[in-house]
Write a protein that binds this ligand. Structure first.
Ligand SMILES: [Zn+2]
Ligand SMILES: [Zn+2]
Length: 171
């Protein structure tokens, strides 16, 4: 009889502990570098975080639009290059903020994502540099999807967006 009471008690304690120890829905563990990434806007200061700020890899979660979480794929998405967001104006288009290009390692889907304030700028530069030597087939795929992959001639703009304006060199 005492045993029964004891079991009830321990069950209660266990359930109670489980509930209070439950981790709040405030982040995810990066599927690539395994860092813990906070998505809570108050902690991270970032709205709709969709990639890891350390290694910049993402996951294929969205189907139609950013944040819908409707994709069944769930595979990891590799940051493969940088682009400038196209802004359509009445008279032609111009380029705005810099964006990351991700490609799904499983299904090959490309997606363009906003850069967050705490993304690793040095890592971003490395992605840009490696994108300059992408295989022609991979490059062709990006072009065909309508994304303007940044070229070697964009280095100054990339640096300016990542590290602020360079001080001009007086000759
Ligand atoms: Zn990561
Ligand atoms: Zn995918």
């Amino acid at each position: 009889m005492n045993t029964r009471l004891y079991q009830q008690k321990t069950n209660f304690t266990r359930n109670h502990t489980d509930r209070s120890n439950r981790i709040a829905d405030d982040g995810f563990r990066c599927a690539h570098c395994h860092s813990y990434v906070y998505t809570n806007q108050i902690i991270s200061g970032v709205v709709n975080r969709n990639h890891c700020p350390y290694c910049l890899w993402s996951r294929h979660l969205d189907l139609f639009q950013p944040g819908d979480r409707l994709a069944a794929c769930m595979a990891i998405m590799q940051p493969i290059g940088l682009t400038f967001k196209k802004i359509h104006k009445k008279y032609g288009s111009q380029f705005g903020e810099m964006m990351l290009i991700h490609q799904c390692r499983d299904c090959g889907k490309l997606s363009i994502n906003r850069i967050a304030a705490d993304d690793d700028a040095q890592r971003m530069l490395e992605i840009y540099e490696s994108s300059l030597s992408l295989q022609p087939a991979a490059r062709q795929r990006i072009v065909e999807s309508g994304v303007h992959l940044l070229e070697a001639s964009d280095l100054d703009s990339v640096r300016a967006q990542l590290f602020g304006r360079r001080t001009s060199i007086v000759e």
